[in-house]
Write a protein that binds this ligand. Structure first.
Ligand code: NDP
Length: 281
């Protein structure tokens, strides 16, 4: 039976370090959060971010803009925050109203204040192994892998999912650890080759958003499994991997919920601290 790799205790340890560093900074870092419209999910997420920020000694500034805010106006507001020296980081809450293109808008955040690590300049730095502000979910996955204490050098790693802010950055970060990385995506599934790839994984990371996509019996004996997926099935939150069967075969597995999730907001706050320090220099 696999050992459960939970995110909370790791997050707790990192948060203690952040708190200490913030008190040594002598000044509260400031995170500006923008929500457009009144989506309940976005509001709940912002509330939970504020709670974490308060506990760490971070000032959380919440800005709620009207549902019908046009893109130009939102860009104008972002620019205002970009030039405001009292602001260290900027985050845009999701989902945005349908008339706003998130990919386009997020590029207007100054890379130095991009605490979600999603600006092309920050994503690009990953290629050179020089990222200051990593996207939060990839950073969380790397913390979980680090916690296993296992060396990735020369290991067969399979990344399922190739989105810009989750799958692709994770694959690059793993490459930097000299793992042999295969990236699977919709094309792999359509070609009927997903099972074949998953079966060879010594480390399997899945970020798709489809419950039960990875059959438990595909998991290699002794594999480390990190399930990033979040799916709601019959009122329950589950990952992308069939947990019960996978747990019997893996050596280490993350639960959903409780694996990657608790770490992502901590990574956001760690980025804010990094941004504040970089801006001080
Ligand atoms: P995206 O929808 O942006 O990406 C999903 C990826 O899965 C795409 O690369 C897509 O390929 C690929 N894909 C779709 N269908 C298949 C298939 N049948 N076989 C193989 N690959 C497939 O999602 P994200 O990357 O943003 O997130 C992935 C999951 O992780 C979601 O469930 C999300 O909720 C969760 N998540 C969890 C977080 C946490 O804190 N725990 C944080 C962030 C995300 P293509 O685009 O080519 O179709």
């Amino acid at each position: 039976m696999a050992k459960l790799l939970e995110g909370k205790p790791i997050a707790q340890k990192i948060k203690e370090g952040i708190k200490q560093e913030i008190s040594a900074l002598g000044k509260k870092p400031v995170l500006a959060s923008i929500q457009v419209g009144g989506d309940a999910g976005a509001e709940a997420y912002a509330k939970s971010q504020k709670k974490t920020a308060d506990a760490l000694g971070i000032e959380y500034q919440f800005h709620k803009l009207a549902q019908d805010t046009i893109e130009d106006k939102l860009v104008g507001f972002i620019n205002q925050l970009n030039v405001d020296e009292s602001i260290n980081g900027i985050i845009i809450q999701m989902p945005l109203p349908a008339h706003i293109d998130y990919k386009k808008i997020s590029q207007f955040i100054s890379p130095e204040k991009d605490v979600e690590g999603i600006h092309p300049a920050n994503i690009g730095k990953i290629v050179f192994g020089k990222a200051d502000l990593l996207p939060c979910t990839p950073a969380a996955v790397m913390e979980l892998l680090n916690e296993t204490g296992m060396d990735l050098y020369g290991k067969e790693v399979v990344m399922v999912g190739h989105s810009e802010i989750v799958g692709k950055p994770i694959a690059l970060l793993l490459l930097d650890k000299f793992a042999t990385v295969s990236v699977c995506h919709i094309g792999t599934s359509k070609a009927g080759k997903l099972e074949e790839h998953v079966k060879k994984a010594e480390f399997l990371i899945v970020a798709v958003g489809k419950a039960g996509l990875i059959k438990g019996e595909w998991v290699r004996e002794g594999a480390v499994v990190i399930d990033v997926g979040i799916n709601r099935v019959e009122g329950k939150i589950v990952g992308d991997v069939e947990f019960e069967e996978a747990e019997k075969r893996a050596s280490i597995i993350t639960p959903v919920p409780g694996g990657v999730g608790p770490l992502t907001v901590t990574m956001l706050m760690r980025n804010l601290l990094k941004a504040a320090k970089l801006q001080q220099k």
